[in-house]
Design a protein around this ligand. Structure first.
Ligand SMILES: *Cc1c(COP(=O)(O)O)cnc(C)c1O
Length: 493
């Protein structure tokens, strides 16, 4: 079991003994003439005296934030098997590359002649990702996977408009990530659910029935969110194309066949790649990520601008193109994330990338092999990089996937993704990634087996878990419905 601070850290406002003057920096007296603020500023812009602010020494502040940082689970701390999210290790060398002064001290408005290296880096990454996916074109602009989905769907909409077609529907399997229907809807389409067959893959009869002249595209996750490869993907793409539709491929799980198979050859017209998943750039919490979108020839004319192109050995920026859907983000998007992704790709090379996928798949199957029989596997098609169990064997003891995940915290592991995909009730979606050692994967399995034993013998231990963390079981419904995100002076805590 890993060390955790045992006490809960109070808010900085609530630290004891902070209501007296600890001494502070001695600034020289104000040497500008007194200005009557009331005469120059409207009343609502004049700050009132601040009350109840904490008054802490420097070390108190450092300790407070350091303790808070220790209360978080991090990818550098242990197995973080959050399925679909791909929480792999971010190699430090990528960070070193992203901190090089030549990358951090440039400005997007600098003349092209001064930033040839940075433009080349963008171009090189685009070319590398085109090779990796087998696609004809790419944009590095979107800030995340979901933003990439929107970008792809807008390109599909524009391509259909140019053909003079007004297809309204987008078919999305019931196992899809929630962002898929959201992005399709945001792009002006109607998301229509298509049921999965008994093995979790696309039901071909349903597809045949639903693929009408009103369908713009199908949005498919490959491998799907059960970690299962869509064996009929080529056939599916052909059927959709034959009836005038396009194929959007959610590539969030690209790490499962990185360096092994080409989405371009499977028939994808648009595919987003979560650089923060497959290519180990930091997960941005919705923030500064990057979700490149690779496209087939059919969508190349509609790629966002600006685009970096190579002309006579120089790199130039194409700011405008009448056929483009326009910019999706300012300038070149999150450039320093792109630096990290290229460092990762070049660091691994083609063999390294293939080995990454092999190891990720091997580990997921190790977990599957160890835990099958103890945890229920609803869909037993072969697993790629993740495996989805559910809590139905533990139900007999009144234990749910929440109890299991909370108890896992006591064993020092981050819980798996829970209750997703929605087609698996009580899901526990485990993705070890290729990063950990085999010993770490084995200890995770031991912890899961030990928890299953506890579920049978002492279920109350699980109901109250976690026991070893500074914060115990929280009221998640209350936290979601009535989040208190702000401290207010004088408020009882
Ligand atoms: C993570 C994920 C997304 C969304 O990507 P973000 O970068 O989080 O916006 C979409 N689809 C699948 C299958 C995912 O796992």
């Amino acid at each position: 079991m890993k060390h955790r601070p045992l006490r809960e850290e109070p808010l900085i406002f609530e630290h004891n003994g902070n209501r007296y003057n600890r001494g502070r920096f001695a600034l020289p007296p104000l040497d500008v003439h007194n200005v009557d603020l009331n005469a120059v500023l409207p009343e609502n812009q004049i700050r009132q005296p601040l009350r109840d602010l904490p008054d802490l020494g420097e070390l108190d502040v450092v300790e407070h934030f350091h303790r808070l940082s220790q209360m978080n689970f991090a990818v550098d701390e242990g197995l973080y098997p959050l399925g679909s999210c791909t929480m792999k290790y971010n190699p430090r060398v990528n960070e070193a590359a992203a901190r090089l002064k030549g990358f951090t001290s440039i400005h997007p408005l600098q003349p092209e002649s001064q930033v040839q290296g940075a433009l080349r880096l963008i171009w090189e990454l685009a070319e590398a990702l085109k090779t990796i996916t087998g696609m004809a074109g790419i944009t590095l602009q979107p800030a995340a996977g979901a933003h990439g989905e929107l970008t792809g769907m807008l390109m599909i909409r524009k391509a259909l408009e140019m053909r003079g077609e007004h297809r309204r529907q987008v078919l999305i399997p019931d196992s899809a990530h929630g962002t898929n229907p959201a992005s399709a809807t945001f792009a002006g389409f109607e998301a229509v659910e298509i049921a999965s067959a008994a093995d979790g893959t696309v039901d071909m009869d349903a597809l045949d029935r639903m693929m009408t002249a009103d369908v713009a595209a199908i949005m498919l996750t490959v491998p799907n969110t059960l970690g299962v490869f869509e064996p009929r993907i080529v056939e599916i793409a052909k059927l959709v194309h034959d009836r005038g539709g396009l194929v959007y491929m959610d590539g969030a799980n690209l790490n499962a066949f990185l360096g092994k198979a080409l989405p371009g050859a499977m028939g994808a017209d648009a595919l987003h790649i979560n650089l923060h998943k497959t290519f180990s750039t930091p997960h941005g919490g919705g923030g500064p990520g990057a979700g490149a979108v690779a496209v087939s020839e059919a969508l190349v004319p509609y790629l966002p601008v600006p685009r970096v192109v190579r002309r006579d050995g120089r790199f130039v920026v194409q700011w405008d193109d009448p056929s483009s859907i326009g910019p999706m983000r300012g300038f070149y998007a999150n450039f320093l994330i792109l630096v990290r992704a290229l460092a990762y790709i070049w660091g691994l090379g083609p063999e390294g990338m293939a080995e990454t996928a092999e190891t990720a798949v091997l580990y997921a199957n190790l977990v599957r092999h160890r835990l099958s029989g103890t945890y229920h596997l609803k869909y037993d098609a072969p697993s790629l990089h993740e495996v989805v169990f559910d809590d139905s064997y533990q139900h007999a003891h009144g234990v749910t996937n929440v109890d299991i995940s909370k108890r896992l915290l006591d064993y020092g592991f981050h819980p798996p993704t829970m209750s997703f995909p929605l087609i698996v009730h009580g899901a526990l979606m485990i993705e070890p990634t290729e990063s950990p050692s085999p010993e770490e994967v084995a200890s995770f399995c031991e912890a899961m087996l030990s928890i299953a034993k506890e579920a049978a013998e002492a279920p109350e231990l699980l109901h109250d878990a976690p026991h070893e963390t500074p914060v115990g079981r929280v009221d998640e419904v209350e936290a979601a419905r009535h989040p208190r995100l702000r401290w207010e002076a004088g408020e009882a805590t």
